[in-house]
Ligand binder design. Structure first.
Ligand SMILES: [Zn+2]
Ligand SMILES: [Zn+2]
Length: 97
């Protein structure tokens, strides 16, 4: 049986996520939706947690996704740094804690 954090990691490796991520990048024309820079990371507006990772309305809903450049993505996560927000590498993959 998978632990909760493994369920989150598994989600980020899923085909469904890869598809949703690609569709978001295409829909946003590859541009950061905050500053218009080069969009590299698809960010979840409602952060993924072990509790909501099984809910496609959060994990795969285009309305919960935003394409960000590296700087805007870092700034977005900086705000949650003191909490338990998940962290991402440059490819938008979850860094296991
Ligand atoms: Zn940006
Ligand atoms: Zn993010």
């Amino acid at each position: 049986m998978l632990s909760k954090s493994k369920a989150v990691n598994r989600f980020y490796r899923s085909e469904a996520w890869k598809q949703a991520r690609l569709q978001k990048i295409v829909a946003a024309n590859g541009r950061c939706e905050k500053c218009g820079g080069v969009g590299v990371d698809v960010h979840h507006i409602i952060h993924i947690t072990p509790e909501n990772v099984t809910d496609p309305d959060i994990t795969l809903n285009p309305k919960n996704l935003i394409l960000l450049c590296k700087d805007c993505h870092n700034a977005e996560h900086e705000r949650f740094k003191k909490g338990n927000a998940p962290k991402f590498d440059s490819e938008g993959n979850l860094i296991p804690y």
